[in-house]
Design a binder for this molecule. Structure first.
Ligand code: PLP
Length: 425
């Protein structure tokens, strides 16, 4: 028996499903998950000493490659000074300054420990600020495992066919209005019916947890405008897209300014970090200045701040985005060509260093279309790629990520592997 299988057997006796986050269990692609014992650059080394080219990048954070030397040094320097203080620390101020400088809509920011905490807190703050209770979300958008947001959610919830989690009281779910993405008419109708009660619209401005879906050109400006009319807050969940599709996220790329922004993933440089920020007037409603409570024992942790600051510093100084986009385009084009010559219907939406594979005749513009794609073909391709040393996300509804550690050689190899996999479908 190989080492990963043996570890998984032990894990299953002690940890529900053997994993600490559901998509890691490989349920939708079959087989048992490999365990990783180390990672460097764009490669993972499994417990069985296989080397894999990684397109999951810890689900987004490692945009600078695994075990980046500058991040590692920053963390060890911070480590020599202590792991947690429970008082304000200098690195929290530097982190806040960087975020406010980078993210266009953010005037004030609060650190927390995960993307889930960030989105949860934006919702509470929006409700506290507006005095209203309902929120609009879009089907297929995943905002972490927040009760009122786990309604028609993406990511693992979708992968396991239960986008609506058990354990969420109907009374909570009733406060969440779920609409199809890219559907302006549905939003107008919702505001006609309940405009006075809607505290916020929350969305992934580029939904990337049910594959990768891009907005119609008018969609994001439309949301901004209708929120202004109804004095509803617009919340961008940029946990995935922030510092990824552009340094300043989708809001910078598209020139649309949300009231609040949830951040995570890249901002922690591989350590557990989240953050949320926005207009000062809204953020000042948080405790201790305002009545909306939010807190965290380890929030602003010095190791996490050191890792995140090191990552943001490199991204600011080196501007890797044009190069990442070039690699993303090259990979997407190579995959499209392979599908075309094999006569397989495949859509490869791509933006910068993010892309996904939808086995479908037509472009996918919302969740309802995403679930109609041929996920069995993705599953077969995943298995082939893994056998050949290429680790794609273990679900048709997750996005592939590139890092600055991926180079032309890896992209060429990956296209070759995927092309062979597609021919076998
Ligand atoms: C990953 C993700 C989250 C949740 O972040 P966690 O750190 O896993 O809690 C929230 N929103 C989006 C868009 C994400 O991709």
């Amino acid at each position: 028996m190989n080492v990963s299988n043996e570890l998984f057997e032990r894990a299953k006796k002690l940890i529900p499903g053997g994993v600490n986050s559901p998509v890691r269990a490989f349920r939708s692609v079959g087989g048992t998950p490999f365990f990783t014992k180390e990672a460097s650059g764009c490669r993972l080394t499994t417990a069985d000493d296989r080397e894999l080219i990684d397109y999951v990048c810890t689900w987004g954070p490692s945009i600078l490659g695994h075990n980046n030397p500058a991040i590692r040094e920053a963390v060890s320097e911070a480590l020599s000074k202590g792991t947690s203080f429970g008082t304000p620390g200098p690195s929290e101020v530097e982190m806040a300054e960087r975020i406010v400088r980078i993210v266009p809509s953010v005037e004030k920011v609060r650190m927390c420990n995960s993307g889930t905490e960030a989105t949860m807190s934006t919702i509470r703050l929006a409700r506290g600020f507006t005095g209203r209770s309902k929120i609009i979300k879009f089907s297929g958008c995943y905002h972490g495992h927040v009760d009122s947001l786990l309604v028609k959610a993406g990511s693992g919830a979708l992968t396991f066919g239960n986008p609506d989690s058990a354990g969420i009281p109907e009374s909570f779910a009733r406060e969440t209005i779920v609409l199809p993405y890219n559907d302006e008419e549905a939003i107008r109708t919702a505001f006609d019916e309940a405009g006075e009660d809607i505290a916020a619209i929350i969305l992934e401005p580029y939904p990337a947890n049910c594959g990768l879906i891009l907005p119609e050109p008018t969609f994001l400006p439309f949301l901004r405008a209708i929120c202004d009319v109804h004095e509803t807050l617009l919340i961008f969940d940029e946990v995935m897209t922030g510092f990824r599709v552009a340094l300043g996220g989708v809001q910078q790329r598209e020139g649309v300014t949300p009231d609040l922004t949830a951040m995570g993933k890249i901002i922690g440089g591989g350590l557990p970090v989240g953050a949320f920020g926005g207009r000062a007037e809204v953020m000042d409603h948080l405790a201790p200045d305002g009545p909306v409570y939010q807190a965290g024992t380890l929030s602003g942790n010095p190791l996490a701040m050191a890792a995140g600051i090191a990552a943001l510093r490199i991204l600011e100084e080196e501007d890797p985005y044009p190069r990442l986009a070039e690699l993303g385009e090259k990979l997407a084009d190579g995959i499209r060509e392979a599908a075309l010559s094999a006569g397989i219907a495949l859509q490869v939406p791509q933006v910068g260093s993010m892309l996904c594979l939808f086995f479908s005749e037509d472009p996918v513009m919302n969740f309802e279309q995403a679930v109609e794609t041929k996920t069995d073909q993705f599953k077969n391709l995943f298995g082939h790629a893994l056998d050949e040393g290429v680790y794609l996300p273990p679900s048709a509804f997750e996005t592939c990520f590139l890092s600055t550690a991926h180079g032309d050689a890896e992209i060429d190899r990956t296209i070759e592997v995927i092309a062979a996999g597609i021919r076998k479908l």
